[in-house]
Write a protein that binds this ligand. Structure first.
Ligand code: KIV
Length: 282
């Protein structure tokens, strides 16, 4: 370790000049101008720094941390207390991106008051700039109270993973006659005050209709190319996760391959005693 470098990684390497933060009104203005924006999940300091530097407008500290960070098989078990430190890490590490904290299963469905109390924790203790919650028309009272109380809300309709068991598994929502339900949900969350809406696993033509009808931005995941923005879970997008991917995922990098190669090279050098060498010994 040189005199200048901090041990193990302790904070940003450089201090770049101040940047204008992404606010919810900027996203609405982008929609009005026909400009797309990008959202990714992030659950830690370094991915937050990298995605922010790459110009990703919105970072979601998703409840998908449950099955992408904490070792669960679904998003259901993750708790508010588990998500708050991850949210704080991301919020502390961005200079520009809007940071959205995802309200986990059971932390907002019971009542608007429960939702408000949880959302306030995400903003006070997690440093989130906004929160996301799953549900359409039935969540309008929650969205109304939060919006009136100073909490920007991103809604999430179509396939909502927290309701996996109620919906009968991972299935596209809004096919055929059920398209009207997706449209009604979208209108309801907009009317209740949501600043944006995620649409998950919705047919492309239905998502296009919703995007056309709403003034707030739509953010698609498995909802085709006509949404105002797109979101992916970063471990899917950059190839950290192994195994079968949903059809809507595109893999832009092979992080798992890079880590595997690096870890094997390191282990080999430890075993053959070529690491640490003279230059790395005090
Ligand atoms: O938790 C999450 O990662 C999400 C996205 C898939 C939208 O809700």
């Amino acid at each position: 370790m040189s005199e200048e470098s901090a041990p193990y990684g302790s904070g940003p390497a450089t201090t770049p000049p101040p940047t204008k933060r992404v606010r919810t009104h900027h996203l609405r203005e982008m929609k009005q101008r026909g400009e797309r924006f990008a959202m990714l999940t992030s659950y830690d300091m370094y991915t937050a720094e990298v995605f922010d530097e790459a110009g990703i407008e919105v970072l979601l500290v998703g409840d998908s941390a449950s099955n992408n960070v904490l070792g669960n098989t679904t998003s259901l078990p993750v708790t508010v207390d588990q998500l708050l430190p991850l949210t704080l890490a991301v919020a502390r590490s961005v200079r520009r991106a809007l940071v959205v904290g995802d309200l986990p299963f059971g932390s907002y469905q019971r009542s608007p008051e429960q939702a408000y109390d949880t959302a306030v924790r995400f903003m006070k203790e997690g440093g989130a700039h906004a929160v996301k919650l799953e549900g359409g028309a039935e969540m309008a009272p929650q969205i109304e109270l939060l919006s009136r109380g100073g909490v920007p809300v991103m809604a999430h309709i179509g396939f909502t993973p927290q309701s996996e068991h109620a919906l009968g598994g991972y299935r596209v929502q809004g096919r055929g006659e059920t398209a009207e339900r997706v449209l009604a949900d979208a209108r309801a969350v907009e009317a209740a005050g949501a600043f944006a809406v995620v649409m998950e696993m919705v047919p492309g033509d239905v998502a296009a209709q919703v995007t056309e009808q709403l003034t707030i931005p739509t953010i698609g995941i498995g909802a085709g190319p006509h949404c105002d923005a797109q979101v992916l879970v970063w471990q899917d997008a950059f190839g950290l996760r192994a195994g079968r991917m949903p059809r809507f995922v595109k893999q832009y990098a092979d992080v798992r391959g890079v880590l595997l190669e690096g870890a094997r090279a390191y282990a080999a050098e430890v075993r053959d005693q070529s690491f640490p060498d003279e230059a790395r010994t005090f």
